[in-house]
Ligand binder design. Structure first.
Ligand code: SAM
Length: 221
């Protein structure tokens, strides 16, 4: 099926609250494990940029997994970040995890370069996927790990509906709809490979890690 883009920013407060309260324990734990598997030798220290951080759950988990790093999350939606700030405080990580409002590509991250750049579930939101790859090239210091996780688009709407029913059946209606729309807005492995070639990031590896997720990883130049 053709890609069906969804709105880039998650500005709706009810949607942001439902997203921030959703249980992402299993998939987000897996994201951190996949980072470790992709970069087993990374020092774990320095400044990390989390692109499209939303409520900051990945930023938080990353900071907890790597106690010597500091994370700047950036997102264009204040509603999404506001929904997650209390958890960062509660986790005692407010000194190492900071969420900043920044709309890509117009706004800048707080620092010019980072020692690692990560992103989970931003790519499928972007109307122009090069916005992500341009940010990666701009912000990843030479040799810095770059790690992107996103959804993969199913072959048909029927398959997307079946995935929604299989993986999101217990979630609130707003999240079920969100998941279906996100699957329809996601890219295929071939499309991501093409985006990387266009961006001059041919050295990056793209792989499926489940029936609905992919990982793209490489190093800054
Ligand atoms: C599905 S959420 C993912 C949030 C978080 N990374 C996570 O894994 O929980 C996608 C986020 O990307 C943000 N976003 C979308 N387009 C953006 C843009 N152009 N600039 C900055 N943030 C953007 C949305 O506002 C939303 O919070």
């Amino acid at each position: 099926m053709q890609r069906i883009p969804e709105p880039e920013l998650m500005l709706d407060e009810a949607q942001a609250k439902a997203y921030a309260e959703a249980d992402f324990e299993a998939p987000h734990t897996r994201v951190i494990e996949l980072f470790r598997e992709s970069f087993p030798d990374w020092s774990g220290s320095g400044d990390v940029l989390d692109l499209g951080c939303g409520p900051g759950d990945i930023s938080l988990r990353f900071a907890a997994a790597y106690p010597r790093c500091r994370v700047d999350g950036i997102d264009g939606s204040e509603a999404m970040m506001a929904a997650g700030r209390a958890r960062i405080e509660h986790a005692g990580l407010a000194d190492r995890v900071h969420l900043h409002k920044a709309l890509l590509p117009a706004d800048r991250a707080p620092m010019p370069r980072y020692d690692a750049v990560i992103s989970n579930s931003l790519l499928h939101h972007l109307h122009d996927p090069q916005v992500l790859w341009t940010a990666v090239k701009r912000y990843a210091a030479p040799g810095a790990p770059v790690f992107v996780v996103d959804l993969l688009r199913p072959r048909s709407r029927e398959q997307a509906l079946a995935m929604r029913d299989r993986y999101a059946a217990g979630e609130p209606a707003v999240l079920q709809e969100d998941f279906y729309n996100s699957l329809c807005a996601a890219f295929t492995l071939d499309e991501i490979g093409e985006q990387l070639r266009e961006a001059g990031l041919e050295g990056f590896a793209v792989r499926a890690v489940s029936d609905r997720h992919c990982v793209i990883h490489g190093r800054g130049r």
